[in-house]
Design a protein around this ligand. Structure first.
Ligand code: SAH
Length: 365
């Protein structure tokens, strides 16, 4: 048993079972033993691989998307690019490379990274500082500049805690984590909650509904900022765009699914992102703030990347290269965009001022 498991079990023995959200938050970000506090999850012994680590094309196309939105808004100077949960800094480095050549002499790029992991901050420093652009780190969104911000988050929201509710005899209970007869961590039924889940008429026993107040609070904070100061946001993650039931709480360890109640703090814990709830939270905030409301739109990663020119960029990168390089580039295209890989499971949510049209998303209206 590791130190975090011991700590959680002691807490449960003293105070009773804890919510899935509390368990997830402690496993991921406990100041001493949390998964993100301590390690580089993407290393050689990594637990998973993300889109920017698959190909530079991902960050380049996102960079061009933001460049368009920045230009349409009158090129606010400096150009504040913000990333939530920047991992190894690869996505931001690729965005910077795509964006910098389009800036004029008097225009500067100002990078802001919102990150909780000291290990990853060090890696981000090494990756980004050689670019010669200004980089500032933030613990959370509260001290970002009061200016137009262009915010990206890739696989950020899936790392934020979720609550789970379980249906039992036509009532919703919080799903909790307690101790079984052998003293092992185990799921259980917590108190009944007064809540409304979608399609509420008859719910089968055992149905699970997930809710992430932490994610909704962050997207609302961003939406509020965008209506007050303008800019744009783009959030890409695996998830669903319609409300629904299902248990998506999962652990990943060395690229394989694992039991989320084991190896506390030593494996990644995630949940699918409820894009419908994010978009709704953003939209409600934006409608109630200021007189320059922004709008939110959802599409798939595949539609986003293909419309931004993924195939064309792949062709450029491969031109004149050896066959094995061309094959590797094409394999990356497939991984990112094909429906049986990341293409449709991953969704993209954009927030941008109503007065302008965002590439890709404007076509959905
Ligand atoms: N965007 C990167 C990394 C995704 S992993 C990529 O696509 O490769 C999730 C990232 O979010 C990590 O950098 C992790 O340290 C960070 N993170 C997790 N929880 C966070 C929180 N509450 N606040 C800020 N960053 C967080």
């Amino acid at each position: 048993m590791n130190a975090l498991e011991r700590k959680l079990k002691r807490q449960i023995a003293l105070d009773g079972p804890i919510s899935v959200a509390s368990y997830m938050a402690q496993c991921l970000s406990d100041p001493a033993h949390g998964y993100y506090t301590n390690r580089d999850p993407f290393g050689a012994q990594g637990d998973y691989i993300t889109a920017p680590e698959i190909s530079q094309m991902f960050g380049e196309l996102i960079g061009i998307w933001f460049l368009d939105l920045w230009q349409q808004q009158g090129r606010p100077n400096p150009f504040h690019l913000v990333e939530l949960g920047p991992g190894r800094g690869t996505l931001m480095a690729d965005m910077v490379r795509a964006v910098l050549p389009h800036l004029q002499k008097n225009e500067t790029l100002s990078i802001h990274l919102v990150e909780i992991s000291p290990v990853l901050i060090q890696i981000q420093k090494e990756k980004l500082e050689p670019n010669g652009v200004s980089v500032t780190w933030h613990d959370d969104l509260s001290d970002l500049p009061q200016a137009p911000l262009f915010l990206i988050g890739n696989e950020f929201f899936d790392a934020l805690p979720i609550h789970q509710w379980v249906a039992h005899k036509q009532k919703w209970h919080e799903r909790v984590i307690g101790l079984d007869d052998d003293g092992a961590l185990a799921f259980g039924l917590g108190p009944v909650r007064d809540m409304i889940a979608p399609g509420d008429n008859h719910i089968d026993d055992g149905a699970i509904f997930e809710h992430s107040p932490a994610s909704e609070a962050i997207i609302a904070q961003i939406a509020n900022h965008l209506t007050l100061h303008s800019g744009a946001g783009l959030f890409i993650d695996y998830g669903y765009d319609k409300p629904g039931f299902g248990d998506t709480f999962q652990a990943l360890r060395q690229n394989a699914y694992a039991n989320p109640l084991q190896h506390c703090g030593e494996q990644d814990l995630t949940a699918h992102v409820d894009f419908h709830a994010l978009a709704k939270s953003a939209q409600e905030t934006m409608e109630n703030t200021g007189d320059n409301p922004a709008i939110s739109r959802i599409t798939t990663q595949s539609d986003f990347l293909l419309a931004m020119g993924l195939q064309e960029r792949a062709g450029q990168l491969g031109a004149g290269k050896d066959l094995d390089v061309q094959v590797a580039i094409q394999t990356a295209v497939e991984r990112l965009a094909s429906p049986d890989q990341m293409g449709t499971l991953f969704k993209a949510l954009a927030l941008y001022p109503q007065a302008i049209s965002a590439p890709v998303f404007s076509r959905l209206t």
